[in-house]
Design a protein around this ligand. Structure first.
Ligand SMILES: *[C@@H]1O[C@H](CO)[C@@H](O)[C@H](O)[C@H]1NC(C)=O
Ligand SMILES: *[C@@H]1O[C@H](CO)[C@@H](O)[C@H](O)[C@H]1NC(C)=O
Length: 505
């Protein structure tokens, strides 16, 4: 601003001098002096600001801004506090009937697929599968071909030694297949999704002919429900204890949380899934330009493993299948009662359309923080081309946040919500997108105005969507066959009751 102003002044002065018919070199000299003087004034001014603000961390200049805004009030516990969870605690120890690992010479190799969170839940399930099948698990290969293009191997993302050690009593895990088995014929399996223990016990017949079974995709997940209690607890031990991130990621994650807190104390982690791949996949083009919609359509057309090519965006949105737009998130948070000063960490990759779309959120909530602004250039350098490591940092910051809000219910949203439930029902607000879209449309037509009545509607709609303790929900009524599995609440989204217990028993 200041810079631009002084430049204009310079032009005006030049114009005035010209009328006095000064020689061109004198004009240049004058212009130079005036320019130099404005720079001097500018620097002096900037130095004063810097001295006044004294930021504790050079990257975190937002701090001073958040100090000017009024402090939050105590009654804001309604917004920030954890829902009541009397006497609940994690319980993942095996029961007395549990049989631990065998020193098996049958091996399960796994190629993990999908993004970070899909891989994490998939690997946790494969730990349970290896246990049921009485196999030794070879450290899974990670997906390098997915949308997230990432060359990381298991030990880049996870603490491999800890993974092996902490599951020692459950499954034997080795880094690599023994040399003598490298060339051995393998059974290649695509396990049927939502299978129970019986299915995998049946699969042990494979050991009659093969010593190695290769699982081509780890996302063929176990059934959510009706598994033995000890299998469910094992899944939790794998997911919440064994699959710790690698030490560099864990420590950077902690650092980022520590850098974030001073900017406003409490913070919301907003999983703003307004990314190109998600919009293209869901076919949600509401609020986008024709050119943007077309770009998304072409991406969907060209992505082979996305089966649905034609999507009616309007129907998607009405059905509640679209991620909330940045603008919608802004209206939503405001209606919930969060003040404009609220510190919001954006847990996401690149927001589609960048600032043009983000402005509609930042105009209401200016204290948005992106991880790029939290890391130092050296840290940033180390993370380049490692989408999964970025995602791991988002995961840590989201689990540690005071309030977690996903704008879409994908793998990350489910995994973080479940982990927060496990750790003591930390507040997770899940937008009722179907209900909200109706409200947003009424705002658009003028049937409804922003203000107390909107607030009241939105708050009532989300009274029971704040992550309070409840048992995992079964399938929706009236849905038959395998389709019903998809309507069940996912195991890792809510591991209650198997891995969360009441002390009053
Ligand atoms: C597990 O495998 C080992 C060797 O591969 C075998 O000795 C043991 O009996 C098996 N246990 C069960 C329960 O199948
Ligand atoms: C999409 O669905 C909406 C609502 O059902 C309908 O009004 C509209 O005509 C559809 N658009 C197209 C291009 O089919």
């Amino acid at each position: 601003m200041v810079n631009r102003g002084s430049h204009n002044t310079g032009n005006l002065q030049t114009a005035r001098f010209r009328t006095r018919k000064l020689s061109p070199s004198a004009i240049t000299l004058y212009t130079f002096f005036i320019f130099a003087f404005s720079i001097f004034v500018f620097l002096f001014y900037v130095r004063n600001i810097v001295e006044d603000e004294q930021p504790q961390h050079p990257l975190l200049s937002v701090e001073s801004r958040s100090e000017q805004v009024p402090k939050l009030h105590v009654h804001d516990d309604r917004l920030w506090g954890s829902p009541l969870n009397p006497g609940l605690h994690p319980c993942v120890k095996p029961t007395t009937k549990y049989k631990g690992s065998q020193n098996s010479d049958h091996y399960l190799t796994v190629r993990s697929n999908g993004g970070l969170n899909q891989m994490r839940t998939g690997i946790s399930d494969m730990v349970a599968v290896a246990h049921i099948m009485n196999a030794t698990l070879v450290i899974p290969q990670l997906d390098k071909r997915s949308f997230w293009q990432d060359s990381s191997v298991f030990s880049d993302i996870f603490d491999e030694l800890h993974f092996i050690e902490s599951l020692k009593g459950d499954v034997r895990i080795v880094r690599e297949l023994p040399k003598h088995l490298e060339g051995a014929p393998r059974a290649r399996k695509h396990f049927t999704s939502w299978s129970g223990v019986g299915y995998f016990e049946e699969m042990t017949k494979l050991w009659n002919d093969y010593q190695v079974v290769h699982v081509a995709k780890s996302d063929s997940r176990l059934a959510n429900n009706n598994l033995p209690l000890d299998i469910q607890k094992l899944r939790c031990r794998a997911m919440y204890h064994a699959l710790r991130f690698s030490p560099p990621i864990e420590s950077l994650g902690k650092k980022l949380v520590e850098r974030l807190r001073p900017l406003g104390g409490r913070y919301i982690a907003l999983h703003l899934r307004y990314e190109k791949d998600m919009l293209s996949f869901t076919g949600c083009t509401y609020g986008l330009t024709d050119a943007e919609s077309e770009e998304l359509r072409i991406m969907r057309e060209n992505t082979n493993h996305w089966k649905v090519k034609y999507i009616n965006s309007t129907e998607q949105r009405i059905g509640g299948f679209c991620p909330l737009t940045p603008k919608e998130v802004g209206i939503f948070l405001q209606a919930l009662g969060f003040p404009p000063s609220t510190l919001i960490y954006i847990a996401a990759g690149d927001i589609y359309g960048g600032n043009t779309h983000l402005l509609e959120l930042s105009s209401r909530f200016p204290n948005l923080v992106f991880k790029e602004s939290l890391v130092t250039p050296e840290e940033l350098q180390a993370l380049t081309n490692h989408a999964s490591q970025w995602a791991a940092l988002d995961y840590i910051i989201s689990v540690e946040s005071d309030v977690f809000i996903p704008s879409y219910s994908g793998n990350m949203a489910r995994a973080v919500e479940g982990h927060r439930r496990f750790l003591g029902h930390r507040r997770t607000i899940s937008p009722d997108r179907k209900g909200l879209v109706e409200i947003f449309d009424k705002l658009e037509t003028g049937e409804l105005d922003e203000g107390p009545s909107l607030s009241h509607l939105v708050q009532r709609m989300h009274k029971n969507r704040q992550g309070a303790p409840r048992k995992r929900q079964g399938s929706l009524p009236g849905i038959k066959g395998r389709a019903r599995f998809r309507t069940e609440e996912a195991f890792y989204e809510n591991p209650y009751p198997e891995c969360i217990c009441s002390s009053r028993r």
